[in-house]
Design a protein around this ligand. Structure first.
Ligand code: FAD
Length: 481
């Protein structure tokens, strides 16, 4: 008998899952591998694992309803595949294509060579629109449209209700590099994802476009689907098609909602667009798009710790970081502001501050994260330099300072103007402030000016233009959706 392995990686769902397409006889073995070494990487964390584990358990239940058994194994992937091969001499491995961190990239390279030696075929279904190998970036936008509009895969049609091999499960405890508690973490599993999508399209998303920038309104008005896309508990195509359907239904009756859905659909495209960058150039996790920006910044542990713990003395920055630590999520604008503050005001090397920030995101998606970090640090050469002024953001996004006070309750009685502009505190006011009050660790306007001078100085270098052109040709967006 010739077996085939269906390996669940970052596609923890039953619906619209291509790796289940060929589950049509008793020779299929379904596996999920817990890889302890992966969880020791600096950008991986307990909160991400807990979300994944909830999702794996629900996936197992969903599969069992169709008489499919998910085997959960723990250990080094190469060793697991070798021992499975000795027992079952399988000839094919089917999985989704993974665009992950350097560690998973190296693991996949090792597996590729193992499978080649053992004459095993590895079928990797591409992630929605993300192309592997040589491809023409000019045609990319058109091809992803076709993929997202393709009918969903009806797995039930393919399954032949047969018993799947069953073997021992190993659920080893895992050590984590980052164990920061996350009391308000989103829950994993496809059912949660479908509920979120439904409520977003039903009503939550109506004012999405207007309310996505403030952390107060974004919590409710953003889709909150990111951890589900990151771990594949929801198919991007399914979300895209249901959103398009909703837009069609309301476009003549509710223009505000229709516009919000357009904005949401664009972001679903962006998702694959960003992942494509890492797929095309895995080194962007470790090197600046433009090498001229490598090694210009510091690795200052004290500043990093103040920032990542929400103790910089800039109340709005600290409130956003504390919210992120407690929720495992924050909205785009605030992520950009936190990154900009680390990169420009604290002048921290992006390779130094990006992993601990990633570890706080339940939705950590390497392709989006590292591309965005480089954009917000001004190292891509092709994007406008955007330095967020945290004081301006504080006043605009949290005018009544409710968000600050909710996240730093000790500041309840601090006057609003000092929460927005802590640098203006007088020595007299300082005596009246609570003992937990922190003074800013950096002068915002001076550090912004210094950063601007340095970055624009590099932009003016003769070879910057040539380097930026090659970045654009390889990674630049060709079409606005
Ligand atoms: C420094 C920085 C790091 C980031 N790291 C991550 C990350 O690790 N994982 C992650 O999923 N997102 C990341 N983002 C992008 C964005 O902030 C999140 O996708 C978004 O806040 C998730 O919330 P949501 O699901 O409610 O998004 P919605 O606004 O409802 O958007 C729907 C989906 O579109 C995709 N999306 C939204 N914004 C973007 C974007 N700018 N680029 C690419 N795709 C997008 C996401 O998959 C998101 O779930 C990062 C942004 C910045 C500035």
């Amino acid at each position: 008998m010739s077996y085939q392995i269906h390996w669940f990686k970052k596609n923890l769902r039953f619906q619209d899952n291509e790796i289940l397409l060929k589950t049509n006889n008793s020779s299929s073995i379904l596996i999920y591998i817990i890889e302890p070494e992966l969880w020791l990487q600096k950008d991986m964390s307990q909160r991400q694992w807990e979300f994944i584990w909830e999702s794996v358990k629900l996936l197992k239940t969903d599969l069992a309803k169709h008489k499919l058994h998910l085997n959960i194994l723990s250990g080094d992937a190469s060793e697991i595949f070798q021992s499975l091969h000795q027992k079952y001499s399988f000839t094919e491995v089917i999985s989704e294509q993974e665009t992950g961190i350097h560690w998973t990239f190296e693991r996949d390279k090792k597996l590729k060579s193992l499978f080649k030696d053992l004459k095993i075929k590895w079928v990797e279904y591409p992630y929605f629109g993300v192309k592997r190998g040589k491809h023409n970036r000019d045609h990319w936008a058109g091809s992803i449209q076709q993929i997202l509009k393709k009918p969903l895969i009806n797995i039930e049609k393919y399954i032949d209700q047969s018993e799947i091999l069953n073997f021992d499960e190993h659920e080893k405890p895992i050590n984590f590099y980052d164990k920061t508690p996350c009391p308000f973490r989103q829950k994993g599993g496809s059912h949660q994802a479908h509920d979120l999508l439904e409520t977003f399209l039903e009503s939550r998303g109506e004012n999405y476009q207007r309310e996505m920038s403030s952390p107060i309104t974004a919590e409710h008005s953003c889709s909150r689907l990111s951890p589900h896309f990151a771990h594949g508990t929801l198919s991007l195509r399914q979300a895209f098609q249901l959103a398009e359907k909703k837009r069609f239904e309301i476009q003549s009756t509710n223009k505000v909602f229709a516009k919000s859905i357009n904005a949401f659909l664009s972001r679903l495209y962006w998702r694959s667009h960003f992942i494509q960058k890492l797929e095309d150039e895995p080194s962007i996790e470790l090197k600046s798009f433009i090498p001229l920006y490598d090694d210009i910044r510091d690795q200052d542990e004290e500043k990093l710790q103040s920032w990542i713990k929400g103790e910089t003395g800039i109340p709005f920055i600290d409130a956003c970081m504390i919210y992120l630590r407690n929720h495992g999520w924050i909205n785009f604008r605030m992520r950009a502001m936190l990154a900009s503050f680390a990169a420009y005001n604290l002048w921290l090397d992006w390779r130094y501050y990006a992993p601990p920030l990633a570890a706080l995101f339940t939705d950590f998606e390497p392709g989006i994260h590292y591309s965005q970090i480089q954009m917000q640090s001004g190292t891509t050469g092709i994007n406008t330099i955007r330095m967020y002024n945290p004081y301006k953001q504080s006043e605009e996004q949290d005018p009544d300072a409710h968000f600050i006070i909710n996240n730093i309750p000790g500041y309840k009685n601090v006057p609003k103007n000092l929460l927005h502009y802590p640098e203006t505190v007088t020595p007299f006011e300082l005596q009246l402030l609570p003992p937990t009050w922190k003074s800013p660790i950096v002068n915002v306007s001076q550090s912004s000016k210094k950063a601007k001078d340095t970055i624009y100085g590099i932009r003016k270098m003769i070879n910057h233009k040539t380097l930026a052109k090659s970045v654009f040709l390889k990674h630049g967006s060709r079409k606005s959706h």
